[in-house]
Design a protein around this ligand. Structure first.
Ligand SMILES: [Zn+2]
Length: 152
């Protein structure tokens, strides 16, 4: 399964990483309440998360964002990359729309993101995101350009 080249509203075809759910919990945040679902990739062992706002199962054109984890940007608020602001923008938009999913994808190999900027797409983030959206039962998703997520 790959989101590359897919129409923004299209849910990609089956395939890709083999994710299994490991845990699920309520996650109150300063933006509102999310449900967090923890996944493990049975192939490479990486742990990924889904942040879910509202009811999304069976829904179409759900706001969705695929976010690659970035310690410097998110934990320390580095301005060298836009990761922290991008994640917050996506969380705010999901709450404002009343539903949405953020696929929070772990980077592979333990390589930290450089403060100067993040790899545009690595570790098959889009395939992981697609597998998460499928597991959550979304009929289709709306992936927005970074500028629109930040502008929300
Ligand atoms: Zn970053």
């Amino acid at each position: 399964m790959s989101l590359a080249g897919a129409r923004p509203e299209a849910l990609p075809a089956a395939g890709g990483p083999r994710l299994r759910r490991e845990a699920e919990a309520r996650l109150p945040t300063r933006f509102g309440e999310f449900r967090v679902v923890a996944y493990r990739d049975a192939v490479d062992g990486r742990a990924h998360l889904a942040l879910v706002a509202g009811e999304v199962r069976g829904r179409g054109r759900v706001f969705a964002h695929i976010h690659r984890s970035c310690l410097l940007g998110e934990a320390f608020g580095s301005l060298g990359c836009g990761c922290g602001a991008l994640l917050e923008g996506a969380m705010q938009r999901a709450q404002r729309e009343g539903r949405g999913v953020i696929a929070y994808v772990a980077r592979g190999g333990g390589a930290p993101a450089s403060g100067a900027g993040c790899p545009k797409d690595g570790e098959g983030a889009c395939a992981v995101g697609a597998a998460i959206f499928e597991d959550l039962g979304l009929r289709s998703v709306r992936l927005l350009p970074v500028g629109e997520v930040l502008g929300s």
